[in-house]
Design a protein around this ligand. Structure first.
Ligand SMILES: [Fe+2]
Ligand SMILES: [Fe+2]
Length: 474
């Protein structure tokens, strides 16, 4: 399973043994690089970045660190090793050998799943393309670029499947993935959260904490797929995804730490005074959290969904940790609670479990996301400050599914439209909040120096010191 780096496209899928596929991907490669030059991190063509590159998929081999110019990053195709005698583990085909080719009758659904996942990868690079100009440190700048190149590689992972298994329409989809643009009115990215702006570093850290974590849950479900190449591709993507969530969790944590230290030192808790000191107050952090949490909730799709049922029954997309769940993996006759509004209140009602799989994945995600919020709270608690951050209710600020028809406050109470109008700026970032955060963003690019509003990390990357020259500008 070693990776062939002598090839134009590094890979461990024996691309050289399939000339047609190799030619097709080598034709797509310059288009990808063109997109990167256009939409990747701004003004970085000659910048050397201390990046991690996969050199093998073995646990010890995939994190190799060195200076790389991003356009020279070896974006490649890496699958985790095949599991011998792997089976389809759920749905009507349960127990049959896992598919090495696309089952004809599931072709369009499978393509749709792959395209939807693939579309999020370049979208996030587009959303983050200006952030390098306002980095709070070289350490953070390097982490941003690491996330960006790996999202680029995740696009490669999905494009490989489209080219290798879907013929002409796969190639067309691969081109369309480079044509859509995040936030574009005429040709936007497929999912809502990926058309939002990521205008500042608080938004970036919240995005990598919450929205990359949606990525984790989607990839975990696809890693259970009966279509074996999809399962193997997404498994390797998950090893990279962990770093993205680390960037988010530690980034928000360091902002909280800096604010709390200043609150204690100066005996200040008035947000206006903290802002005057150039710090991000905790209520603003809570509003950003509410925003990113709620737009990410929508990424899981409608609470009750016949598509979700079909994807599961046909063995294409499983549940989180499917094979660790102790049930029949068919879900016929099983139910799962979903929320409905009855008499002006949210109530949980049983829905067929098969149709409620989006909701089930959303709930699994919420547990994971809440655990990290509690780790942020421990930083606040250690400072002796009484404020706590909290995930809003999962029905808060929804745009997708039946809950989008009502207004729900962060506590989960259905509120009249007039209340929402009066109070939503207590719950979600206002223009003034965003303008304030934007006003703090200025480039800090000296080794070991950090912007005033964020604490340094506890340790550096790859055992390097915190004041290491993570990025060299040429
Ligand atoms: Fe990704
Ligand atoms: Fe990611």
């Amino acid at each position: 399973m070693s990776i062939d780096y002598s090839e134009k496209i590094p890979n461990n899928v024996d691309l050289a043994g399939n000339k047609t596929l190799q030619r097709a991907l080598e034709h797509w490669q310059p288009e990808f690089l063109h997109w990167w030059a256009d939409m990747g991190p701004e003004g970085t063509t000659s910048t050397d970045v201390y990046l991690r590159t996969a050199i093998s998929v073995e646990p010890k081999g995939w994190a190799h660190f060195d200076y790389v110019k991003m356009p020279d990053y070896r974006w490649g195709i890496f699958l985790t090793p095949a599991e011998a005698d792997r089976k389809v583990n759920f749905g009507v085909h349960k127990g049959e050998p896992a598919w090495q080719e696309v089952p004809g009758e599931y072709r369009s659904n499978l393509r749709r799943l792959i395209v939807t996942q693939g579309d999020t990868e370049p979208a996030s690079v587009e959303q983050q393309r200006h952030l390098g100009l306002t980095c709070p440190s070289l350490y953070d700048l390097r982490n941003l670029f690491q996330v960006n190149v790996e999202e680029g590689r995740h696009l490669w992972a999905m494009v490989y499947l489209l080219h290798a298994y879907f013929g002409r329409d796969g190639r067309e989809e691969a081109e369309a993935l480079l044509e859509r643009r995040s936030g574009d009115a005429d040709n936007p990215r497929i999912l809502g959260a990926f058309n939002e702006k990521t205008p500042d570093w608080l938004a970036f850290f919240m995005f990598t904490y919450f929205t990359d974590r949606d990525g984790k849950y989607q990839l975990c479900s696809l890693a259970e797929s009966g279509f074996d190449p999809l399962a193997r591709t997404t498994r390797f993507m998950l090893t990279e995804e962990a770093h993205h969530m680390f960037v988010g969790e530690s980034g928000v944590g360091r902002i909280i730490q800096r604010t709390c230290e200043a609150m204690v030192q100066n005996k200040v808790d008035d947000p206006a005074r903290l802002r005057a000191m150039g710090l991000i107050d905790l209520p603003t952090i809570q509003r950003y959290l509410n925003f990113h949490f709620s737009v990410t909730m929508d990424l899981f799709g409608a609470d009750v969904s016949s598509n979700a049922a079909t994807f599961y029954s046909t063995g294409l997309k499983g549940r989180f940790d499917e094979t660790k769940i102790d049930d029949d993996h068919l879900l016929t006759g099983a139910t799962y609670p979903v929320l409905e509004v009855r008499d002006g209140q949210l109530v949980a009602v049983p829905a067929p479990a098969l149709n409620a799989l989006n909701e089930k994945l959303r709930d699994d995600y919420v547990k994971d996301a809440v655990a990290g919020i509690e780790r942020w709270n421990r930083i606040i608690e250690k400072s002796g400050i009484a404020i706590r951050l909290k995930a809003p209710h999962k029905a808060f600020n929804r745009r997708i599914g039946p809950l989008s028809a009502v207004r729900v406050d962060p506590e989960g109470r259905v509120v009249p439209e007039a209340d929402w109008t009066h109070r939503h700026l207590q719950w979600l970032p206002s223009q003034a909040d965003r303008a304030f955060v934007a006003s703090l963003m200025g480039r800090v690019a000296e080794p070991g120096k950090f912007a005033n509003w964020i604490a340094p990390p506890a340790r550096g990357i790859d055992n390097q010191p915190v004041d290491f020259q993570y990025v060299r500008f040429n």
